[in-house]
Design a protein around this ligand. Structure first.
Ligand code: MIC
Ligand code: SF4
Length: 644
């Protein structure tokens, strides 16, 4: 039997376990990336492990999320990360150099390599034929120390792309179509692998848009083959020496199949408040809009920006609309400047933002009350923009740009004939904003600079024999990490300070939760299905840990969040019978007896609800290794004992 692209790369990196769907495998990690909002915690954890220097082939620390610097906190974090990077052998992409995924694709990604990043959109690297996976900061810290990374051996979904996109229909529409068909839960436990004759019609940045937003499917990752288009991109980046062809064997077997006829696709839009709530632009055409934001790690490549500039050329942004544009990297910005496209944007009245995440993570540009905002981003969760009653629509740069001119949602196909947009044969290569680490000899002299807002990792404790606790919160289905631990300009600067950031835990759902949980001492959360979807932020586990949450009992979990709970030593449990969810209420007294024994060797544990009198069977869906981690009180304690 032949292998798929994903299987080939995983096989080459396999260090533990066997290729059996659903079982845990351990893989060797070649590269890591961090961004600043998750990075400080990852480096606090790395420092706590006591390893002098990273053991990966390449580790890069990016600054791109927290760049508003409205107080000292962000600048202190940047300095902290920069100093750890210098000391520990990590390249440091300075603020202004661009969004981690865009820069990594341009400058560091290598076909056939494995990458984990403390950001859920790390699968962007799949556009280059990498196995690139989003993970919690602690997993990344362990991988930096040379430790193995564990995943459940995924199912592989074949997405066959046929034909060629019609004019003004773009890569964003491809992934919106996949989301429409598979939903935000459809990718859990799966790798999405693209193939078919349509693949060669897409350049690497277009492929990267598709793999990037595969994160919204809940997928482990997404991957494209590495072919002549990959070589063309690497050559333009003056990195052709890292090229390696990788394609699926003709007799490779897949677990599921999906066919997308590119010619038949039309411009699509994801409506509030979920990336899978997809409609055609035609269905909503004419909707009045207040804001357009172009950028983010999904759609900020040079190709995207060239199309936007073309559409804006000689026009003026509609008087009722605010248009902001954030090119994805210094390289993109510089190319736009050299090619004159930047001037088209400025002339049209675009508000230029720095090359960073910005409005995507609620750092500025919050829409007006009840505002309708069109964004080329990947997430439109409730409140993420910073305006709770705003309506956020996700779409392609082409649809965004034309709508900014007309003031209403507009189908870009109304632009008529489309010119050929070609990537340049060479990009401007200038890595002067990537600070290299100190040599081994010099590293000792480098001081790690910690600001006053940088606090230590919360206290953990081994799993007790039994838990007699109160249910401090009950929530419904599809709870995102933006519900659990919101971001935005007020809260994001607190990412290095768990006691402070915990005050906002679940604040969009129930402002009283942190106070209540703290006064209870220890407690449990009950949730519905796909609990913890979205970001990789381990703060969505560390804040509950600090607030005394011992277990989270839900219908089902999203992958990264479940791993983060285990890493934090919080026991994730699922209802054997989903109907039991309805029988438990917030405030109920819950008992889990003989818990250590059950976690050690059982698949279930019985929950007794002393308030309602019911009993419910809960599944313990953990690997051997995860069981040990939980019993010991979390991955930090577990790793300290083992990695030396
Ligand atoms: C996001 O898009 O939600 C983020 C901000 O990039 C997160 C990471 C974070 O919360 O810092 C992600 O996607 O993992
Ligand atoms: Fe940054 Fe947004 Fe991408 Fe997250 S999704 S990495 S916040 S640009």
């Amino acid at each position: 039997m032949g292998y798929t692209v994903a299987e080939k790369i995983l096989k080459e990196h396999l260090v533990e376990g066997e290729f059996k769907k659903g079982s845990e495998i351990g893989i060797r990690i070649d590269q890591t990336l961090t961004q600043d909002a998750t990075g400080t915690m990852a480096y606090i954890e790395f420092e706590a492990m006591g390893i002098p220097r990273v053991r990966t082939e390449k580790s890069v620390a990016y600054i791109d999320h927290n760049t508003l610097q409205s107080g000292f906190e962000n600048a202190d974090d940047h300095r902290f990360i920069g100093s750890v990077a210098k000391k520990r052998g990590i390249s440091f992409s300075r603020p202004g150099n661009g969004i981690c995924h865009q820069v990594h694709l341009e400058r560091f990604g290598i076909p056939g390599k494995t990458l984990i990043g403390s950001d859920s959109h790390t699968p962007t690297g799949g556009g280059l034929g990498m196995i690139a996976i989003g993970a919690g900061g602690l997993d990344v810290a362990v991988a930096m120390g040379g430790g193995t990374y564990y995943i459940t051996y995924p199912k592989i979904v074949k997405v066959e792309l046929k034909g060629k996109l019609s004019p003004w229909v773009s890569a964003k529409d491809v992934i919106l179509e996949v989301l429409r068909r598979m939903s935000v839960k459809g990718g859990v436990g799966k790798i999405i692998e693209y193939c078919g004759d349509g693949v060669k019609t897409l350049s690497v940045p277009e492929r990267a848009t598709i793999t990037n937003m595969g994160a919204e499917l809940g997928a482990t990752t997404s991957v494209f083959p590495s072919d002549e288009r990959t070589l063309e991109f690497l050559r333009a980046q003056k990195r052709e020496e890292v090229y390696k062809e990788i394609s699926a064997d003709p007799d490779a077997e897949y677990d599921e199949e999906l066919v997308i006829e590119l010619d038949k696709l039309e411009p699509l839009v994801a409506c509030p408040h979920s990336p899978d709530n997809v409609k055609t632009v035609k269905e909503l055409e004419g909707m009045k809009i207040d804001q357009v934001c172009i950028g983010s790690c999904t759609n900020s490549s040079l190709l995207d920006m060239m199309k936007v500039a073309y559409i804006l050329r000689g026009k003026t942004v509609h008087p009722d609309v605010s248009l902001s544009i954030a090119p994805g990297s210094k390289q993109v910005l510089n190319m736009l400047s050299r090619g004159g496209e930047l001037s088209d944007m400025i002339d049209a009245g675009a508000r230029l933002l720095e090359s960073a995440c910005g409005p995507c993570i609620g750092m500025g540009q919050s829409p007006n009350s009840k505002g309708v905002s069109l964004r080329t981003f990947n997430r439109n969760f409730l409140g993420r923009s910073g305006t709770k009653d705003a309506q956020i629509y996700l779409l392609s740069p082409e649809t965004a740009a034309i709508s900014a001119i007309t003031g209403v949602l507009t189908d870009p196909r109304s632009l008529g004939e489309m010119p050929q947009f070609e990537l340049p044969a060479t990009f401007i290569i200038n890595d002067n904003m990537i600070a290299l680490p100190a040599s081994k000899e010099e590293a000792d002299k480098v001081e790690v600079l910690k600001g006053p807002n940088i606090k230590s990792y919360p206290e953990t404790s081994p799993l007790p024999e039994s838990l007699h606790i109160t249910c401090s919160l009950k929530v419904g289905d599809n709870i995102t990490t933006d519900h659990i631990m919101p971001a935005g300009s007020k809260i994001l600067p607190l990412r290095s300070n768990i006691p402070e950031i915990s005050k906002y835990c679940f604040s969009v759902v129930d402002e009283k939760f942190p106070e209540r949980a703290l006064s209870l001492g220890t407690s449990a959360i009950i949730g519905g299905s796909n609990y913890g979807q979205g970001s990789s932020r381990e703060h969505a586990a560390l804040a509950p840990l600090y607030l005394g949450i011992k277990t989270v009992i839900v219908k089902s979990f999203a992958r990264i969040h479940k791993a983060n709970l285990v890493n934090a030593g919080i026991l994730p449990l699922t209802f054997a019978n989903e109907a039991d969810y309805d029988k438990i209420s917030a405030g109920d007294e819950l008992c889990l007896d003989n818990l250590r024994e059950a976690v050690k060797s059982g698949n279930t544990v019985t929950l007794k609800d002393k308030t309602s009198g019911i009993e419910a069977i809960l599944n313990i869906e953990l690997s051997e290794r995860e069981r040990e981690v939980i019993l010991e009180g979390g991955l930090l304690d577990y790793t300290r004992e083992r990695i030396k």
